[in-house]
Design a protein around this ligand. Sequence first.
Ligand SMILES: [Zn+2]
Ligand SMILES: [Zn+2]
Length: 436
Amino acid sequence: MTTPHSDTPPPRILLAKLGLDGHDRGVKVIARALRDAGMAVLFGVFYNGGDLLLAWWSLGCCACFEEGFVLKVKAAVLWEVGQPLDICEVDLDEPKAGEVLVKVGSAGICRSDRHFMHGDAPIAIPVVLGHEGAGTVVQTGPGVTLAEEGDRVILSFVPACGRCRSCLEGHSNLCDLHGATGANMLDGTTRLHADGTDIHHMGKVACFAEYAVIPETGVVPVGNDLPLDKAAMIGCSVTTGVGAALYSAEIKAGSTVAVIGCGGVGLNVIMGAALANAGQIIAVDIREAQLEFAMRFGATHMVNAADQDPVRQVRELTGGRGADYTFEVFGSGDTTKAAYDMAAKRGIVTVVGIAPWGQEAAINAVDLVRNEKTLRGSYYGSARSRTDMPVMVDLYQSGKLNLDDLVVRHYTLDQINEAYADLDNGEIGRGAIMFD
Ligand SMILES: [Zn+2]
Ligand SMILES: [Zn+2]
């Protein structure tokens, strides 16, 4: 007998144990599905023409299955008040019951975040800011019924509990449990960490990050054809501004309106006033370019408060009466007083801007009574996110809300400090971070 001759040496047999280290979600999802199906060990056999590789994955020993998945995500963290945002990698736990994991698509550059950076408003530190966002649901926690994987969603920074008195009375924007748990999840804990330190979630959204874990009531599914930057704006400035005009003040057709502050939210108040068919819409600001920009969104008159008394100007423009509806959208005690003073008899004064913590507005108490004025606040446009945000989407898609002209600058997450510098420098329109 002869031995068959071959030039090819017999295959060596290599053994390898493959770890499920790192943070490859795709591998982990497949592995977890196999484990859930009862497979403790998965073998693979590979032959590369020379060596035979016998590989196995030991599914039970991987710590990530016991502790849950931890994603490494890039985020902008505020470690200390007064410091720039730090772009770094943080740990994000997988969603717990009633929560979803969202791949963030866009996040708006809103002034509210700036207040926290400067210490003008209190928030738990360290924190990932970002409360105006939109993205795609990529994982749902146990028991989630309000969203599915693959849904494009607008993020709401008041994920209401649905069970407290405010929620039950129809004011989910004022949810008691959300208020009590602040920048933590509804169970009072955080999903964000770094080196053993808990990191808080602004508005339970924290969308200045590639991924975010959010309570399911904080995501509002919308059609996949809605551009992500426009969807993000609906998450704060649009709903806050248009809502203030329509749901808080309930502007009547033909009335006169004055809006102090023509930034992202102020422009939306102006659009809301236009939607309500107000007769006269007076934009008030100290920046000429911003005032001219406001004319594109429905303002009929502009008052530059940098070189003239805005109260006197608004009174002159309204035949001496003052405006039927006035809005404070800048955020200060002085502008709140100005909004009050420029209101007509029986005028409705709506304060939308959030003043630095502790500021007060001196209101003439006699004028309040004798002229039967109403002074009210408006938080998140007095809107109910899950029912009113889809209305904003419809208004945009039917051409009645001009969000296309509103978003004028796009940035990457790495450019976020530059984006806030542009906001501070009074650049017109809205900026938005775009993620891959
Ligand atoms: Zn905002
Ligand atoms: Zn509630």
